[in-house]
Design a protein around this ligand. Structure first.
Ligand code: PLP
Length: 429
């Protein structure tokens, strides 16, 4: 597959943008080679600047659950833009989206919109600290909660791919209140509570880890966290930036039946435009300014065009209710890929839930970040390129989640399994 135009653009971009990209994993450092510059997308298909087509399993890293360029979402964006793109005043669009969110997430009584998942988590943590008047946060090795200073500790995906566990430019003092536990290991959390019991404001967790590749919660892990947080008078924050509206319309909290104190949302909630949100119990959210003393603001927060994209996405998602179909297709794909691997004597595991999955090159089960790191990222890199050259666009890192959209069909899945079979047979072990 020729990608001359992409290569030329990448050369140009690298001169004026660090690494040629505006978010690190896009640069393909995890798999080697040059990133592909896309020109357009429709439904499940990406088209690059050289005119090559790809079945897309990245979906802009999560938001595009309805497929690219959904006509009704585009119409909503166009309509909103024509009325003016930003006023810096409240608009009714914010109420409409807030109502939709609150209906879908019974744990959310009040919600604040921001412009990214990073911001949503920053807000959630600040309000957790303000509400509890405690300082420390427990996060899990491998979970990513955006690029805020205090959370860039054992943060999975981008950092894991680059082999940099922590970021330069973050003073040690900024992360001294961040405690690290092991996902699926409730004892590791209990231990931290024993040590810092009266100063832990919140436990924050990706209910399904997506940012170390897909890792599922096991043995009622989330429910155990809920009980523990109640006992310790700490808040439970579910970071549903990826899983919200993805594993179910009501997110992982609906899917697994666990009620958080605060939820963070992003990705799908903006339908491809920049939206994040954090919300929870009314008494907690009333700590946020201007009602309470926890300051948080944003010039473009609740932007009317972004609200319109989000609202239209959620409305059409609710109407289409594709979750059963998505889960079925994803399971078919996962089983097909595992089968193709085993035919070629290659150990592959494809953990999946709803429409999220990761193709791990390992023979061992993966329940936490440490085990995920044992997967063979060099084999994944080869596999990635063998798939790319057959027009299949997977996540360019072993440690990311892939997604399918409501526009993927049985035909796309079969085509992908066939390509995987060929790719597995072409791997150099
Ligand atoms: C993507 C993601 C974020 C960060 O969201 P941005 O919009 O990229 O800032 C935070 N938490 C989780 C779980 C995510 O998947």
């Amino acid at each position: 597959m020729k990608r001359k135009n992409s290569q030329n653009l990448f050369k140009k971009a690298q001169k004026i943008i660090p690494g040629g990209v505006n978010s690190p994993v896009r640069a393909f450092r995890g798999v080697g080679g040059d990133p592909v510059f896309m020109k357009s997308a429709k439904g499940p298909i990406l088209t690059d600047v050289d005119g090559n087509h790809y079945i897309d399993y990245v979906g802009s890293w999560g938001p595009m659950i309805l497929g690219h360029a959904h006509p009704k979402v585009l119409k909503a964006i166009e309509g909103a833009a024509k009325r003016g793109t930003s006023f810096g005043t409240p608009t009714s669009a914010e109420i409409d989206l807030a109502l939709e969110v609150i209906k879908a997430y019974p744990s959310i009584e009040k919600v604040r919109f921001v412009s990214s998942g990073t911001e949503a988590v920053m807000g959630a943590i600040r309000v957790a600290r303000g509400f509890t008047k405690k300082n420390k946060i427990i996060k899990f090795d491998g979970c990513y909660h955006g690029h805020a200073d205090s959370l860039l500790v054992k943060a999975g995906s981008g950092a894991a791919t680059l082999g940099v566990p922590d970021s330069a430019g973050v003073p040690a003092e900024f992360t001294e209140h961040t405690l690290i536990a092991t996902f699926n290991d409730i004892d590791s959390v209990k231990k931290l509570f024993e040590e810092f019991s009266d100063d832990i404001a919140a436990v924050i967790v990706e209910p399904v880890v997506g940012n170390m590749g897909v890792i599922l919660p096991q043995d009622d892990f989330l429910l155990k966290l809920r009980v523990l947080c109640d006992e310790e008078e700490s808040l439970l924050i579910l970071d549903e930036v990826m899983t919200g509206f993805r594993v179910a319309f009501g997110g992982a909290q609906d899917f697994y039946g666990v009620t958080p104190d605060i939820t963070t949302l992003g990705k799908i909630i903006g339908g491809g435009l920049p939206v994040g949100a954090y919300g929870g119990r009314g008494d907690i959210m009333d700590c946020v300014a201007p009602v309470g003393p926890v300051y948080q603001a944003g010039t473009l927060s609740g932007n009317p065009v972004a609200m319109a994209a989000g609202l239209s996405t959620l409305q059409n998602l609710k109407k289409a209710n594709p979750y059963k179909k998505l889960a079925k297709l994803t399971q078919k794909l996962a089983e097909g890929i595992e089968e193709a691997a085993s035919k070629n004597n290659i150990s592959v595991l494809v953990p999946h839930v709803g429409s999220m999955f990761t193709i791990f090159f390992t023979g061992d089960p993966i329940t936490n970040a440490q085990e995920a790191r044992g997967a063979d990222k060099n084999l994944y890199a080869q596999f990635f390129h063998l798939m790319l050259d057959q027009g299949i666009y997977l996540a360019p890192s072993q440690f990311e989640a892939c997604f399918i959209s409501a526009t993927h069909t049985e035909k796309h899945i079969q085509q992908t399994i066939k390509a995987a079979n060929k790719a597995f047979s072409g791997l150099v072990l």
